[in-house]
Write a protein that binds this ligand. Structure first.
Ligand SMILES: Nc1ncnc2c1ncn2[C@@H]1O[C@H](COP(=O)(O)OP(=O)(O)OP(=O)(O)O)[C@@H](O)[C@H]1O
Ligand SMILES: [Mg+2]
Length: 224
């Protein structure tokens, strides 16, 4: 199994004026290709902080992060940006869909940064919309979709450029249990078919059950 991401003695401390807030304390964690992992813990335990570090959108205070066995350095921002763009997909809690673009255009968006032709993009976007079950809603704007449907658009968008890792921060928040379970099952299916590592955070025990591996965090520390 190929290593995707490795954390070695990772600490993250936020400073608010003179107050230091240790959000992550000495985290050691490995995630390999194709894993389906839940990060579980109460509010304020450090889930979002951990996901932001895994997604290379934030920098640790100390410790080493390796991505596909290469140590990440945080001084070359454009290199880091390209790595993120090519290899990582995000599903944010509020979905972050672009309101003026319809479902098709939202999913197409990450592909505009690649060398794909318009025809190739259309094929890939329609394939993804079909995969998540909302191809017939391709011309709907986000406000014309339900929460679960928007979540599906966000999943399609996160996967459209075939990343190696997809991160989802509380993907089940704001959804009823049935829709949340459907969405997670869909993520599990895509995880198997596309061999993407899926990492999602949740504090819902019903949702944790769907994961193949659970990483529990309490007060900034991993617990077993
Ligand atoms: N930008 C920030 N500046 C200062 N402190 C922060 C910042 N972001 C998070 N924190 C603090 O770090 C700790 C961990 O926060 P984090 O957002 O990672 O928790 P979480 O597990 O995602 O919580 P939730 O379930 O409520 O989303 C908390 O004590 C929080 O107050
Ligand atoms: Mg959070």
């Amino acid at each position: 199994m190929k290593k995707r991401i490795e954390f070695e003695n990772i600490c993250k401390t936020y400073s608010l004026g003179k107050v230091l807030i240790p959000a992550l304390k000495n985290i050691n964690l490995n995630i390999t290709e194709g894993e389906f992992v839940a990060i579980s813990g109460p509010s304020g335990s450090g889930k979002t902080t951990l996901l932001n570090l895994i997604g290379l959108i934030d920098k640790p205070t100390s410790g080493t992060i390796r991505f596909e066995e290469n140590v990440i350095t945080y001084n070359g921002q454009s290199k880091l940006h390209r790595l993120r763009q090519a290899k990582i997909g995000f599903i944010f809690q509020s979905f972050n869909l672009i309101p003026v673009l319809n479902a098709f255009e939202n999913v197409e968006y990450p592909l505009l940064l690649t060398k794909m032709s318009a025809q190739q993009r259309k094929k890939r976007v329609e394939e993804m919309l079909d995969e998540v079950g909302i191809l017939s809603m391709r011309t709907h704007k986000p406000r014309e979709l339900s929460g679960g449907q928007r979540q599906r658009v966000a999943i399609a968008r996160a996967l459209v450029h075939q990343p190696k890792i997809v991160l989802a921060d509380e993907p089940s928040a704001n959804l009823d249990l049935q829709t949340a379970q459907d969405i997670l099952q869909l993520m599990a299916k895509l995880n198997q078919e596309e061999n993407v590592s899926f990492i999602f955070s949740t504090h819902d025990p019903q949702i944790v059950k769907i994961a193949k591996r659970v990483v529990s965090i309490r007060d900034g520390k991993l617990v077993n």
